[in-house]
Write a protein that binds this ligand. Structure first.
Ligand code: FMN
Length: 379
């Protein structure tokens, strides 16, 4: 970094000094100057810069042959300690002035610089395209050896008519502070997917066309850029950093087999099921295994009244299992209003009396009905 750090700002707005883009760069300027950083702004519309005609000789020779103001500006840009690229949105992109300047930079476009100076994009639209366009400017600044630390964007259709001007000013202050800090500390931001994408694409393009992109190829070869992404971004990949024992413990926990589905039980705190469906779900947890012995039977409950469902409980090998829906071969079918069976299960209604009174019916092996009070404690 030079004694007085210098930010070069390239402004693509034709509205020199009065437009929104100018107003936004003016929001940045005092923050830089307060920190002793020179902020030098150049308006492209005040320079004579011809279109790129696509001859491609810069790819071979390393420089553009056209003699105009581009040369002066690009020297300043490349020598700067930090860069600001600013443009309003014209038809969803940068202005023609900015695009012409970028196109004329093709000699640098295929040659990643290892300067890694901080850069900032500034972009304003009337409400459509400023974030994408700012993203583009941040991408393009790698051509000039800069990496984007962020983007100052705003919506404003007429000069000064910013949506949330105070927020734009606050954002300008934050971004200026970020850029100044990055400049002072020689800070780098993490590599991005865009860097990776660009490195892959450009390395391939230059290598495949190395005969006519000779200057570009030399640049890639002499700097070892073809070899690895780390050389391009100037950042190495950190070694794997995880405690092997911790990783193994995590893997083991992931590989546990799925636990067998649990049959619900009423809680030790004595919470009582609030409806018959829940009560029947809880019943398997209250099976008296001694009373069940080697009993194998399916009890089906067809419930009406307050609740309306069919479910069955399968008893076999000293275990009971609840299932919703009818069984294929029930041994006993109990048809009961929910409130009646709820009362019987809780010991509040005498089951035999209720049966005699026809408050519920049972069909199938009635011995199983008789065994129910021994099989399940009241819930
Ligand atoms: C030719 C032209 C094209 C424009 N295209 C868009 C556009 O695509 N999207 C948008 O939101 N605003 C568009 N605008 C509006 C400007 O981006 C907006 O007014 C901006 O604030 C102008 O910034 P300036 O004052 O620095 O020139 C366009 C303006 C002009 C003159």
């Amino acid at each position: 970094m030079t004694a007085t750090p210098r930010i070069i700002c390239i402004n693509g707005s034709p509205k020199v000094g009065v437009g929104n883009t100018s107003q936004m760069t003016a929001m940045l300027r005092p923050h830089f100057e307060r920190q002793g950083i020179a902020f030098e702004e150049h308006f492209l519309s005040q320079h004579q810069i011809r279109y790129c005609n696509g001859c491609g000789s810069c790819l071979e020779k390393g420089a553009c042959w056209i003699r105009d103001d581009f040369k002066t500006l690009i020297r300043k840009v490349m020598a700067a300690d930090a860069l600001v690229l600013a443009s309003p949105v014209y038809f969803f992109h940068v202005t023609a002035q900015m695009k012409t300047f970028i196109d004329r930079s093709l000699a640098f476009g295929h040659k990643p610089q290892d300067a890694w100076k901080p850069g900032l994009a500034v972009c304003v639209s009337a409400g459509s395209g400023e974030t994408d366009t700012a993203g583009y400017l941040q991408h393009v600044m790698r051509t000039f050896g800069a990496y984007g630390i962020g983007a100052l964007t705003a919506i404003s259709a007429a000069p000064g008519q910013f949506v949330g001007k105070t927020a734009v000013e606050a954002r300008a202050a934050d971004l200026a502070a970020d850029l100044a800090r990055a400049l002072e500390r020689g800070e780098r931001y993490p590599a991005t997917d865009r860097d990776l994408q660009f490195w892959r694409f450009m390395g391939h393009l230059v290598y495949e066309n190395r005969h006519f992109m000779a200057a570009d190829h030399r640049h890639w070869e002499t700097r070892g850029l073809y070899e690895r992404f780390g050389a391009y971004v100037g950042q190495d990949t950190a070694p794997v950093n995880v405690d092997p024992a911790m990783r193994q413990a995590w893997l083991d926990s992931m590989r546990q087999p799925d636990p067998a589905p649990q049959q619900p039980k009423s809680t030790a705190t004595g919470t009582r099921p609030h409806n018959l469906h829940t009560l029947l779900q809880f019943m398997p947890g209250h099976l008296n295994t001694a009373a069940a012995g080697d009993l194998e039977a399916v009890y089906q409950f067809e419930v009406n009244g307050d609740e309306d469902f069919t479910a069955h409980i399968h008893i076999a090998k000293g275990k009971a299992r609840f299932n919703d829906g009818p069984a294929s071969k029930p041994d006993l079918i109990i048809r009961s209003p929910a409130a009646v069976w709820m009362g019987i299960s809780r010991g509040e209604i005498d089951g035999q009396t209720a049966f005699m009174e026809g408050r519920y019916t049972a069909e199938g092996d009635l011995n199983l009905l008789m065994r129910l009070p021994q099989l399940f404690a009241s819930l």
